[in-house]
Design a protein around this ligand. Structure first.
Ligand SMILES: Cc1cc2nc3c(=O)[nH]c(=O)nc-3n(C[C@H](O)[C@H](O)[C@H](O)COP(=O)(O)OP(=O)(O)OC[C@H]3O[C@@H](n4cnc5c(N)ncnc54)[C@H](O)[C@@H]3O)c2cc1C
Length: 584
């Protein structure tokens, strides 16, 4: 089984050349020294991922987690220690503002680091992922008092955070939730049961801060009657020390297909009368507050797709170089299977979609930085629209391609792929949750079509299409792509505009919107990923001329981008046909 090596050269290229980190730091008032220290940050994170987080991936999968009758959860061997080193290294605080102990580094850089955690060990990486979302929700919505009391230790990673939406009868339909919140003095008493709570209980931190959706006694029905509460495992005293144990516990752990080392808990609140919770944001506006957390988590789940794809690709490449089988065309003796054209087809496909998903995800993460900066209003609105548009695309498209890459990697291993020993089976199993949690991909697709395209009368998608068209009109075909490749890319942009028009023209027909939503998501994802790939090639050419990337890197990028345009971009056509056919 191969060990994970962080693709630092590629990450640095996407950050520096494609995203344009230097300009991003200037326009967002992020710490400008990031550009100078990016190499050091990536190297140090890559080392932690490789030496401490990856080695407990398989053992964690085999060992799993244990719960006792008191509801205490013990994580697999080595998890606590790796987490401690993560906290000591300050890795949790990278992208947060300095007010509560963050380091003020752009989110897109933190995202590249998180990509490493999830590649190395998805179960482990989910704990920081949820904590980061909780920090976002508290920072944007909670009172100053709650921020002061909870943010520093969440930002440092000494405490972890969770997200509690789901109940037995309230999954996608969050509005059906029944957990109650009763006002009492300066707080609320929370009673109810939540299911599937990721890292809901564990032994890696001293306190866990649960963000729980619940209903007030007089709340309106549905999503308009949901409020958000901060419910700590241990109450926090005025001096910041830990106080009494709150009335909440993990009742049981789910036995899952994958991410075996990640505790997915059934959580009981208020068995002894009520867990103490504090209102975050306004009453009955809990869904808006939770969306701060969910939007962040949707992007980072998309990022998990990139991570899993990278890991699966690395593992396939390493296996295909070693496994000897048969005589490939042009050879006289049996050799490694990487020589076979069909194996090369699988590897090239994996590499192209993995790199495209990274460029697409980082470009969306950079929008998070732009929207957090102090841009003039009109620009800020544009970047908010772009971020909103890209969020369901990144979550949906990148987690769908992760399934494909994990499956292709398994296929490259032949029979050994189906045997647990190689480790690719774990990657395949772990990956399967990605299109499900954080809102299924069907729901992401409907968010894209309903809220992000129809909801703003097509403004966001039209802006993106225009920007792509402007970009291609300025790109000289002979420089990078062939004329035929560039023309095909241009055609795909025209078709995306056509598909958006169809969606808008049929906006009153909910049946139509629902039926084509997934095709629209995959079509938009494929074309926007192609755009990032075309940009990557252009930037690679400039970087090569400026000697900031090697000739080998440039050659590889050239090959990979062309593979994407020739073999992956054409996939959008079948989605477009479905969108057109359904409108007839
Ligand atoms: C391992 C794991 C970890 C999780 N972690 C968390 C967590 O930390 N916190 C948390 O709150 N939740 C968590 N979840 C819950 C997860 O977000 C939900 O499972 C997911 O949102 C889907 O809800 P559901 O399971 O009830 O499926 P359902 O809502 O029953 O959906 C079943 C199918 O029907 C489709 N469907 C449902 N409604 C609609 C609709 N209106 N339109 C179109 N299609 C629809 C869905 O797309 C899906 O394909 C986790 C789940 C798992 C398995």
């Amino acid at each position: 089984m191969s060990n994970y090596i962080a693709p630092i050269e590629e990450m640095r290229f996407v950050l520096n050349e494609v995203v344009g980190l230097e300009d991003l730091c200037k326009t967002t008032q992020s710490d400008p020294s990031t550009v100078d220290i990016i190499e050091t940050i990536l190297d140090a994170a890559g080392k932690l991922a490789k030496e401490e987080i990856e080695p407990i991936n398989k053992s964690g999968d085999l060992e799993g987690i244990k719960i006792n009758t008191a509801g205490e959860v013990a994580t697999a061997k080595g998890f606590k220690e790796a987490y401690q080193h993560y906290v000591e290294g300050g890795w949790g605080s990278l992208q947060f503002g300095t007010e509560y102990g963050g380091q003020g580094i752009p989110f897109v850089v933190a995202a590249s680091i998180q990509e490493m955690w999830h590649s190395a060990n998805m179960s482990w990486g989910l704990c920081p992922l949820l904590t980061q979302g909780a920090v976002e929700a508290i920072s944007h919505n909670a009172s100053e008092e709650l921020k002061r009391r909870y943010l520093p230790k969440l930002i440092s990673g000494e405490w972890s955070g969770t997200m509690n939406l789901t109940e037995g009868d309230a999954g996608t339909d969050v509005g059906a939730l029944k957990t109650r919140a009763t006002p009492e003095k300066d707080h609320y008493l929370i009673r109810g049961q939540k299911i599937y709570i990721t890292w809901g209980e564990h032994d890696m931190v001293k306190n866990i801060v649960h963000l729980v959706l619940a209903r007030l006694p007089d709340a309106p029905k549905g999503v308009k009657g949901i409020s958000l509460f901060l419910v700590p495992k241990f109450l926090v005293n005025d001096d910041g020390s830990l106080g009494e144990r709150n009335d909440l516990k993990a009742l049981s752990l789910e036995d899952k297909i994958g991410i075996h080392a990640c505790p997915t808990c059934v959580m009981n609140y208020g068995e002894k009368g009520g867990a103490i919770g504090y209102l975050v944001g306004e009453k009955n506006k809990g869904m808006q507050c939770m969306f701060t957390m969910m939007n962040n988590a949707r992007l980072t789940v998309g990022l998990q797709g990139v991570s899993i794809a990278e890991r699966a690709y690395q593992q396939a490449l390493s296996f295909c170089k070693e496994r000897v089988q048969g005589v490939a065309p042009g050879h006289t003796e049996a050799g490694p299977i990487i020589r076979h054209p069909d194996v090369q087809r699988m590897l090239s496909t994996m590499k192209a979609i993995t790199e495209a998903s990274r460029a697409l995800t980082y470009s969306a993460c950079a929008e998070v930085d732009r929207t957090a900066g102090s841009l003039p209003n009109k620009k800020l609105e544009l970047h908010n629209r772009r971020l909103g548009l890209l969020t369901p695309i990144v979550k949906g498209w990148c987690t769908e391609i992760a399934q494909e890459v994990a499956s292709l990697s398994l296929q490259c291993h032949g029979g050994m792929g189906y045997i647990e020993e190689t480790g690719i089976a774990q990657i395949f199993r772990d990956a399967r949750i990605l299109p499900i949690y954080e809102g299924t991909n069907g729901i992401q697709a409907m968010d894209l079509v309903g809220r992000k395209i129809i909801g703003d009368n097509g403004l966001g998608i039209k802006e993106m299409v225009s920007e792509m068209q402007e970009y291609t009109s300025q790109t000289s075909p002979s420089d990078t792509l062939s004329t035929a490749q560039l023309e095909f890319f241009e055609q795909s942009i025209k078709d995306l505009a056509g598909a958006s028009t169809l969606v808008l023209d049929n906006s009153d027909n909910k049946n139509y919107s629902g039926a084509i939503a997934f095709d629209m998501l995959m079509m938009t994802g494929t074309i926007s990923a192609a755009w990032q790939m075309v940009k990557s090639l252009e930037k690679a050419k400039i970087a090569f001329e400026n000697k900031t990337i090697s000739s080998d890197f440039f050659k590889e990028k050239n090959k990979t981008v062309k593979h994407f345009i020739d073999f992956i971009l054409p996939r959008y056509v079948s989605h477009f046909i479905s969108i057109k056919t359904a409108s007839c």
